[in-house]
Design a protein around this ligand. Structure first.
Ligand code: NAD
Length: 263
């Protein structure tokens, strides 16, 4: 059993900048010896990604919009061309209209419901199918979720519904792909200061609340999430599949805030 990713090749989807959870995971995986390729969404994110990817010795970067089949076809064709096979994939992608990440869920529009579920859940099913075709020897698929999937979290609204669907998809994919030796898991970090995280109303208060109340009295770090991803993609995690692993300082076990923080 080893935590090394030496000799393994993986695709990282969802680095927007150096605060992205996908970037924390990429750094940890590269440190563990993995060879990485990246997808990014559009030219502006591509410019930010380039020096980051190069700093990890990666020269495979593909502009990919997960809502566009042609773009997805091209991304996986590029990867197949360069590498042939794949050992792991990290899906760190989610989206909802910022205007609907405040107020209540009853205001969710049909359009944003469809977009949120498509980008935040369907895209994982889509990449799982494509990636699994490049994993003849087995592999690992990882996605990122949040506990707003099963506990009401103010303003998380339709994203909570999307994450519940994503967690369910993780279990179904784990079952479908298990016979091929492919493990499918989700990491559930506590709130983190990223571009996507900042789009949710009251983000700063949520962040402060978790720091003051989580059993470990701290928010998740990029390093902590990265370490968990390395474990899941490595041989040390060889018998874990269909799991939702919390990296939230234990916050998810609480039934009430700590006594000092009760109103
Ligand atoms: P981020 O903004 O850095 O990353 C989100 C990524 O999604 C961006 O790179 C963006 O380009 C990509 N994306 C959105 N729509 C896309 C599309 N159509 N095609 C391709 N890419 C698209 O934010 P993050 O917080 O690092 O988010 C990564 C994942 O972690 C998300 O699934 C998010 O829900 C999850 N997560 C975040 C937190 C948090 O507090 N930040 C907590 C738990 C889980």
């Amino acid at each position: 059993m080893t935590l090394s990713l030496q000799g393994k090749r993986g695709l990282i989807m969802g680095v927007a900048n150096e605060r992205s959870i996908a970037w924390g995971i990429a750094k940890a995986m590269a440190e563990a010896g993995a060879e990485l390729a990246f997808t990014y969404q559009g030219e502006a994110f591509g410019k930010r990604l380039q020096p980051l990817a190069e700093s990890l010795g990666s020269d495979i970067m593909v502009d990919t919009d997960v809502t566009d089949d042609a773009s997805m076809d091209a991304a996986f064709a590029t990867l197949k061309d360069r590498w042939g096979t794949l050992d792991f994939l990290v899906h760190a992608i989610a989206f909802s209209d910022k205007n609907e990440l405040s107020g209540g869920i009853a205001s969710t529009t049909r359009g944003n419901f469809k977009t949120s579920l498509e980008i935040s859940c369907y895209s994982f099913i889509d990449v799982a199918r494509r990636a699994s075709e490049m994993m003849p020897e087995g592999g690992t698929l990882l996605t990122l979720t949040y506990q707003g999937s099963n506990r009401v979290t103010p303003y998380y609204n339709v994203m909570g519904v999307a994450k519940a669907a994503l967690e369910s998809a993780t279990r179904y994919l784990a079952n479908d792909l298990g016979p091929k030796g492919i493990r499918v898991n989700a990491i559930s970090p506590g709130p983190m200061k990223t571009l996507a995280g900042a789009a949710i109303a009251g983000a700063r208060r949520t962040y402060r609340h978790t720091e003051n109340n989580a059993p470990l009295r701290s928010n998740a770090t990029l390093e902590a999430v990265g370490g968990t991803a390395v474990y899941l993609a490595s041989d040390a995690g060889a018998f874990t599949s269909g799991e939702i692993i919390h990296v939230d300082g234990g916050y998810h076990v609480l039934g009430m805030p700590q006594p000092d923080n009760l109103a």
